[in-house]
Write a protein that binds this ligand. Structure first.
Ligand SMILES: *[C@@H]1O[C@H](CO)[C@@H](O)[C@H](O)[C@H]1NC(C)=O
Ligand SMILES: *[C@@H]1O[C@H](CO)[C@@H](O)[C@H](O)[C@H]1NC(C)=O
Ligand SMILES: *[C@@H]1O[C@H](CO)[C@@H](O)[C@H](O)[C@H]1NC(C)=O
Length: 173
């Protein structure tokens, strides 16, 4: 199903964007409490612990608000605290309104290859700025989309925890 596949790739883009990168810079560690980023029609809540391997420092969406039928770019800045190796995986649950449309485990390194991300596993520790663009299909239901993401390393260490929402309903305000 096209819609399901596209939503799955949006979720993966969020996650892969968080895990994979374009450029490595100075290694930094920010030990912040629970973080949340919001914009017009979307939000991302970070439920990672300070010890999770992926520490997000920024999440943004272009354009805003996200709309069916447009190319959506997700930009993420993150510190990776330890190497992410083959075998890392994520459990993703996607809901439209109260209806769960997806609950699946996927291989992060495979998804990065599939998404043609610029850096591939193994991802070395460091500071990364990542952008991923996804074509949102026209047929997205005009409703609230919620994706919960939990990532784990091949050794089952916690990688990342997040809850993303995108509101596709026409009367959001
Ligand atoms: C999305 O991007 C693709 C590839 O760059 C382009 O062909 C397409 O026209 C874009 N779609 C929209 C709605 O802008
Ligand atoms: C979702 O999937 C995960 C692993 O694939 C499983 O452990 C969990 O029980 C599932 N949740 C529900 C509500 O089915
Ligand atoms: C993957 O990315 C490379 C370089 O950015 C590009 O040349 C290639 O066409 C892309 N392949 C796909 C399948 O998107």
């Amino acid at each position: 199903m096209l819609l399901r596949a596209a939503l799955f790739s949006l979720t993966c883009a969020l996650f892969v964007a968080a895990a994979i990168s374009t450029q490595q810079e100075t290694f930094r560690v920010d030990l912040l409490a629970e973080k949340e980023w919001k914009g017009d029609g979307w939000s991302y809540k970070d439920c990672s612990l300070e010890t999770d391997l992926v520490q997000l420092t920024s999440v943004s969406m272009t354009p805003e608000p996200p709309k069916a039928g447009q190319n959506q770019t997700v930009a993420v800045k993150a510190n990776i605290l330890n190497v992410i190796e083959e075998g890392a995986y994520a459990v993703v649950e996607v809901k439209f309104g109260v209806i769960r449309i997806l609950n699946r485990t996927f291989d992060i390194c495979d998804e990065a290859r599939r998404a043609n991300a610029s850096i591939q596993c193994p991802v070395l520790p460091g500071y990364y700025e990542i952008e991923q663009t996804v074509a949102l299909p026209r047929g997205i239901p005009p409703s609230k989309f919620k994706a919960s993401i939990r990532g784990y390393s091949v050794l089952d260490e916690d990688l990342l925890c997040g809850v993303a929402t995108v509101d596709f309903s026409p009367f959001r305000h």
